[in-house]
Design a binder for this molecule. Sequence first.
Ligand SMILES: [Zn+2]
Length: 363
Amino acid sequence: MSLSSLVISTPANSAILKYKKQSEGQVCKKSEVNKTVKLPNKTILVCSEYGVGYYNTAYKWTIKQKSKSSTKLAQSEVTLGSTTQSAKVTKIYQNILDSFKPSPEYFKMTVITSPKVNMTKVNEIVSYYENSINFFPVPSNKKITWVFLNETEKDWWLQKSSEIDPSPNPDWWDSGKCQISSTSKCAYGNANTQTPIFYSVVGSSSNWETNDQMISDHESVHVYQMVSWSGTHTNCWIIEGQANAIGMAMSSRKMDMNNYRQAQLRDIQRISSNYKSFSVEDWISAYNKINSDRDFCFKNGAGYSMGMLAVESMYDLYEGKIVDQFLIEFSRSKTFDETLRKYFKISESDFYKNVALYAKSSV
Ligand SMILES: [Zn+2]
């Protein structure tokens, strides 16, 4: 598979809209939009954490009516049907966070901006991206180009990417992974380790929100991959699995990632509706399937969901620095099995057994 056919992108704002829990008597802040959400039995009012997106039906909502006599919808309490982050995940995130040390020199991106994009917003986003990227040891002499445009500049994007990008992606916008609108904040990269170029659409009415930390953290992992890997990986799940696992560990320093992580896990239903009752053997078959059928893997977002679990399972078992080194070396032409034997003294089939055990205990 050529590099140009691999595209990396963020799932962060295109598919998920989260709602802030309203406690009794609380009203939504002015910057938040009061939104109604239709549930099977009733309509509720919530404060929106994002100004864009749509209600993700994968979320389970539990509603407790605090007071029947109250007419204030704001007194409805909405909780997501999930628990807090487990101790196991907290330990994995800490292992990830401990494994990277930034370079002594601050890394800066090479920025290209379109004629119409809002420069104030671009500067703000660049500072978030650079902050995230500098979590990693990215040499300051490496060149990472980041192109910013707004939602109306498709023609400019087509022309600019054909001029500067050896692996241009002709599909607006990354084949529709981002819902392009005036409130979009999406990014994707060309996955070319020789000439890494990233693109961001900065919607003309978008605002950088606290939760967008996930976007800059997730994308910064791709930047790290582009500068530390020498090729790409044959397994479909590594790129997005690593970006999701490390990106979430980074974001967990500033926000609670549990609901977002749970939503990624629920997405495994696209692979199989009964994944929750998978045996270890079923999980091994599922990983074999996504490794052998790349199209199936990409179409069902398995890199993000099952990939995240596979990468987490490595950080669960091994020291973070060794996992990072393992993934770097695997990008350098050796087979997965050879690299596993060298670093972890296990075969590929034993590796997937470990992943399967971890996946089974995680969903
Ligand atoms: Zn990604």
